[in-house]
Design a protein around this ligand. Structure first.
Ligand code: ZN
Length: 406
């Protein structure tokens, strides 16, 4: 069997008809050739020729015969999902997570490697390559060829060139990630901002399935969003669309990492929440967290605040509620600007659950315009810790099945 798609790019899929047929087989398979012709309005010979190429590539296989409508039972076609592997990489400032999946998006092997503080470009790229190598070895043991790699990279990314333009928490600039990985692994590589990749993952496999207008918001060490409007990820000419973390919530607010004052991120990201708690504890408020101020190790963490709140500490609960209210102000702006059907929340701060989410939703009800606020549902992501890596391999699946969307 030959695999012409493994030539280093998805040029082979550039034929709109070919990707359209492949996508119909993915979504509606097992499906017959005549049914494909009916759905696509292509002629039978065109469908037969393209299906022959798809069969030869190994991406599609013939499955059982379908129901007969009178004559001979038609042969049905389906995606040969488990025969190929893709890898999604979340490349963050603290860890790199590489996750394998098959063509139907079923996740498999995962490797997580730590990133040391302030790595050089070479060190960072070699950690990413090492993680991909380890996962690739595991899927190749099963005899599944690797079809492509997607990278969800922290910071500002140029997805067209596959370059990390600026990764603030790594203090790195201008890393040509796609070309560095393509050189080593000889497969196509897609690169996107990590949270924008997560939004694509939500739209294929998470809470965004079947929804054309939603926003995925991640609240962790930083705050970012991926905006899906009318079925497409919004990038903007400089690829910065979705930087909700750097919208101003309070003009006189605390200094943000970006140099501005009072950004949403400077109130609700985990380090900002911890800083707020520390400042208030230093004024002598009564809390079970007060002991942690004396610790030399940084034991006052977001997790410590959640634990204290769950154990009934009213100060800790108020810090989380305040975080929820600030986040609610930021999200009210998104509701008014984009009129999304859903806002899908993820990240460590969201893991605090109702302690953050209830005041957040209450703030949206109070502050957003009532019509869009009535139409939006605020939900936590169901993709879990690997969400950004799932989003990263979805970039590859999207390129393969829906190249016109990416
Ligand atoms: Zn900022």
């Amino acid at each position: 069997m030959s695999h012409p798609i493994q030539t280093g790019s998805f040029q082979w899929m550039k034929s709109i008809n070919k990707s359209a047929i492949l996508n119909i087989i993915r979504l509606q398979g097992p499906i017959s050739r005549s049914e494909i012709a009916k759905v696509t309005r292509l002629t039978s010979p065109t469908v037969t020729n393209i299906v022959a190429e798809l069969l030869q590539s190994g991406l599609v296989v013939e499955s059982d015969r379908g129901e007969s409508t009178g004559g001979r039972k038609p042969i049905l076609l389906k995606i040969n999902g488990s025969a190929f592997g893709v890898i999604g990489v979340y490349a963050g400032a603290k860890k790199v997570r590489a996750l394998a999946a098959d063509l139907e998006g079923r996740a498999g092997e995962e490797v997580v490697l730590p990133v040391p503080p302030r790595p050089t470009k070479e060190q960072f790229v070699s950690i990413v390559q090492k993680a991909v190598h380890q996962v690739k070895e595991q899927i190749q043991k099963k005899g599944h060829p690797l079809l492509g790699i997607g990278v969800g990279m922290h910071g500002l990314v140029d997805p067209e060139q596959g370059i990390s333009i600026y990764a603030p928490n790594l203090y790195l600039r201008d890393i040509p990630i796609a070309s560095l990985l393509e050189e080593v692994f000889k497969v196509p590589v897609e690169v996107e901002n990590d949270v924008r990749a997560l939004a694509i993952g939500e739209s294929w496999f998470g809470q965004g399935q079947g929804i054309d207008d939603f926003i995925s918001v991640h609240v962790g060490t930083g705050v970012g969003a991926g905006i899906i409007a009318e079925g497409r990820l919004v990038h903007g000419p400089s690829f910065t669309a979705g930087e909700v973390g750097h919208t101003t919530i309070d003009a006189r607010g605390p200094l943000c990492n970006c140099g501005n004052h009072g950004c949403l991120e400077a109130f609700v990201a985990a380090p900002a929440m911890v800083r707020r708690a520390r400042e208030q504890l230093q004024t002598g408020v009564s809390s079970s967290l007060s002991d942690k101020l004396q610790d030399t190790a940084d034991s006052l963490t977001g997790e410590a605040i959640f634990q204290a709140a769950r154990a009934g500490d009213t100060f800790a609960a108020e810090i989380l509620a305040e975080t929820g209210r600030y986040l609610g102000i930021g999200l009210s702006n998104l509701v008014n600007l984009f009129n999304p059907r859903k806002i899908i929340l993820s990240g460590g701060v969201i893991a605090a659950g109702p302690l953050v989410l209830d005041p957040l939703k209450q703030t949206i009800r109070e502050r957003a315009l009532s019509i869009p606020a009535g139409d939006v549902s605020i939900v936590p992501s169901t993709l879990g810790r690997s969400g950004r890596a799932i989003g990263a391999y979805t970039l590859v699946l999207q390129k393969l099945f829906q190249p016109q969307m990416s």
